[in-house]
Design a protein around this ligand. Structure first.
Ligand code: ANZ
Ligand code: ZN
Length: 759
């Protein structure tokens, strides 16, 4: 019989689903393992091959853990609300609701076809009212805790998406979604106070097992700086500055304020508190209004931007740290204090400390910390999101929608396009806007902004645990059992947005008593990018890889294995059409081996060593997410089995169990045709164990020395005696030039290690 992937894959997908083998009883199971992948957002008709790249790795890992005896929970859903989906609908000129209906069907169909071990009873879609009811609930909890607030701020405005963006969504001054240059606009917006958690977000990084580069990106994003706040007296009031170099205060020759500092344009001079010198005050855009105190003490000798400003404006430059040359630019390193009175001679760290103490004693400054992290702007002037559940009452001000009135349903509207007025499209739906104040019963207006799609996705992994619950966001006991997520695999592009917000929200949910710990993801591993023929995959390049086509032609098992064979997961891979055939051939080989093993009379074959080496290597590689090298080793084993005359039945079973996480359908089919099959899935079998005695090398490399000098190596069979080793060295011819014309006085021999000829 020929390998017919189409028949096999459909058959098993149906059967698995019918028998619910991937739907663990979350309440009852003993060995929970929560295996999470990032749910896709529909910004096209169907799944991107890049999604599939991430998912197959993650699924293979989950299947491996399952064979090792864990009760693996592997959910999937759709991050369907949001600008990405909405922009796609606008582009193709259809209503987002219609597009969503279609893409949901299509995505789920594709997600079935790739054969992942999903729990199809626990899907979530962020645009379903039974989901976003709880997204709105989350907003209300934030509000109650004082963590959601409104303020006017200069926010990032994307003129093309016609909405504000969070800082995290602006990449090099461009909109992350549409690549247009982002403008600054003063607007009133809703914020979530993530900055209250800055220290915790930073400190906890040491406690979680995440890809190091992702941790570093978060650390830099949080951007903690330690230093001091110093107070300068002026004719119009005090100016506070934040500095990381209080040791340089004697070198401060002017002050610079940000454009919207309250004293900007009101003061001309200030007094340097350490030497009582009168110094000028300037206003410049190089000082940011939303960092530190929005004002700086300029030390041109030791800060490059200050140096340039001083040069331009002919200002005094005083060196206070020795070692530089101020003619060429600022000396920003640490060193020994000079021209600094009571700090003279101290090294920078001591000088900083001494200055802070001095400032604190005199009451003109104090130790201070600043973070780069800003509060999260969560309101969006768009249609396709959960309406923010707040009501604006002329008498009572902002009043939260009572929890029992949730969800605030997103109203139907034909023209859902943003109009750029700064108000969301919902503002045009009169029935929606007009409401009663929950407090005084008077006429009031609903908030017409919706929340950022990252609010939808910051908590979805908790909802998966209990997606049908309409009393609570999820059951607390369930969360106690299943949180944190054991393994999360996803893209590095989410290093700050999704992954930081999720951590923040989990900290809040922990304080509210909903989850057992502050951190959502015990382990996180980033995968690299999938490219094609060396180039980024994109519509404009016309190099889209449509996964359906390949699944149709070669089967999901082949596509899965090919994706994992392309390189190390964390580095990404380069898809080449001609490569996939090799993987297909490999599975055909395995298929033929099944026939061979069926006809075999032997129980165990002579390939013991490579077999046990393979168990060891595949186990360790999967533990370390090195899927590609695990596959290479499986290929070595398959080749050895092909060459073996009497292929042992048991050995073959070991092979297909090792292969099962990678190629779940073909292995299940082969398994079900074995005489010992009793109706239990291969995916419920036990992962094989290796015997290290069987792997031991039977050859060792021996060091050869003459008079204690290293002269080369020679391979010998293990435990070879001295006489035999001497003979081998003589006959090898490799050491003739050292043996010629000499007489051997003594031989030192260390078995399996070394032989030294004293001549
Ligand atoms: C005096 C000084 C002397 C400084 C010196 C540096 C070197 P990080 O490390 O990024 O936190 N600064 C403070 N607030 C600022 C603002 N709102 N906009 C622009 N710059 C600001 O940087 C902290 C340093 O950046 C502070 O320390 C301050 O300059 C400047 F030899 O103060 B420093
Ligand atoms: Zn009211």
């Amino acid at each position: 019989m020929k390998y017919n992937h189409k028949k096999i894959e459909k058959k098993w997908q149906k059967k698995w689903e019918k028998e619910k083998i991937y739907e663990p009883d979350l309440d009852k199971v003993k060995n929970p393992f929560y295996n999470l992948m990032m749910f896709p957002y529909p910004s096209a008709e169907g799944l991107h091959v890049g999604n599939m790249y991430a998912f197959t790795h993650s699924d293979t890992y989950g299947r491996f853990m399952r064979l090792r005896g864990f009760d693996v929970f592997e959910p999937i859903g759709l991050d369907g609300f949001g600008i990405h989906s909405e922009n796609y609908a606008i582009k193709i000129g259809e209503h987002i609701k219609d597009v969503s209906k279609r893409t949901e069907k299509n995505f789920y169909k594709q997600l079935h076809v790739i054969g992942n071990a999903y729990d199809w009873n626990r899907t979530v879609e962020t645009y379903n009212p039974n989901y976003y009811k709880w997204t709105q609930w989350l907003f209300l909890q934030m509000y109650k805790k004082g963590l959601a607030y409104r303020k006017e701020a200069a926010v990032n405005w994307c003129p093309s998406c016609k909405t504000v963006l969070s800082d995290e969504q602006v990449i090099q001054e461009k909109c992350e979604r549409c690549d247009n240059v982002v403008e600054k606009k003063k607007m009133e917006q809703w914020f979530w106070k993530i900055t209250d958690y800055a220290e915790k977000l930073l400190g906890n990084l040491d406690k979680i097992d995440w890809s190091e580069d992702v941790k570093l990106i978060q650390k830099n994003w949080i951007g903690k700086s330690e230093g001091a706040e110093v107070v300068f007296e002026t004719e119009a009031g005090k100016i506070k500055v934040f500095t990381t170099r209080p040791d340089t205060l004697f070198g401060c020759t002017f002050i610079v304020l940000s454009l919207d500092h309250e004293l900007a344009n009101r003061v001309k001079t200030a007094i340097n508190p350490v030497n009582k010198k009168e110094i000028p005050v300037f206003v410049s855009e190089y000082v940011l209004s939303d960092y530190g105190t929005g004002a700086i003490m300029a030390v041109p000798a030791h800060d490059q931007r200050d140096w340039e400003f001083a040069k331009e404006n002919n200002l005094e430059i005083i060196e206070v740290v020795g070692g530089g040359n101020v003619n060429n630019g600022a000396f920003e390193e640490e060193g020994r204090s000079i021209n600094s009175d009571f700090l003279n001679g101290l090294q920078t760290p001591e000088a900083k400390e001494k200055m802070i103490q001095w400032l604190e004693e005199k009451g003109i400054g104090k130790r201070a910390t600043s973070y780069k992290l800003r509060d999260w702007c969560i309101s969006r002037q768009r249609y396709w999101g959960p309406p923010i559940p707040m009501i604006d009452c002329p008498k009572c001000g902002w009043v939260p929608v009572p929890e029992e009135d949730l969800p605030v349903l997103l109203p139907e509207m034909d023209d859902f396009l943003p109009d750029g007025t700064g108000k969301g499209p919902l503002n045009k739906v009169e029935d929606f806007v007009k409401t009663k104040c929950p407090e005084c019963g008077g006429d009031a207006k609903r908030e017409t902004d919706v929340s950022d799609p990252f609010v939808d996705s910051c908590w979805y992994y908790m909802r998966y645990l209990d997606p049908h619950n309409d009393k609570e966001p999820f059951d607390k006991l369930m969360a106690r059992k299943w949180m944190p997520v054991d393994m999360y695999i996803g893209g590095k592009e989410h290093s700050v947005l999704h992954l930081l917000y999720s951590r923040f929200v989990t900290m809040v949910m922990y304080e509210l008593g909903y989850v057992p710990g502050e951190e959502p993801f015990k382990q996180f591993r980033a995968h690299g990018l999938l490219i094609k023929d060396g180039a980024k995959i994109s519509k404009s390049k016309g190099n889209i890889v449509n996964p359906d086509e390949y699944v149709e032609k070669f089967g999901a098992d082949t596509v899965r294995m090919y994706l994992m064979f392309l390189g190390e997961m964390r580095q990404g891979g380069d898809w080449r059409d001609d490569g996939i055939v090799g993987t297909y051939r490999f599975l055909n080989k395995v298929w033929r081996l099944a026939e061979k093993s069926k006809n075999s009379e032997v129980k165990l074959s002579k390939i013991e060593k490579v077999l046990h080496q393979t168990i060891k290597k595949v186990t360790e590689d999967l533990e370390n997410l090195k899927f590609n090298t695990a596959i290479s080793q499986l290929m070595i084993l398959v080749n050895a089995m092909e060459q073996e005359k009497g292929l042992g039945k048991e050995d073959f079973v070991t092979l297909i169990i090792l292969l099962a996480p990678f190629a779940p359908h073909i292995t299940e089919e082969i398994w079900s045709n074995l005489p010992e099959y009793d109706g239990e899935s291969i995916h419920n079998q036990k992962w094989p164990k290796y015997d290290s005695a069987k792997i031991e090398e039977d050859e060792v490399e021996l060091i050869v020395q003459f008079n204690g000098k290293f002269r080369g190596n020679i391979m010998i069979s293990k435990d070879l005696g001295q006489k035999d080793v001497e003979e081998k060295i003589q006959s090898s011819g490799k050491f003739d030039k050292y043996l010629k014309d000499v007489s051997i006085k003594k031989i030192i021999f260390v078995p399996n290690k070394l032989i030294n000829f004293v001549v």
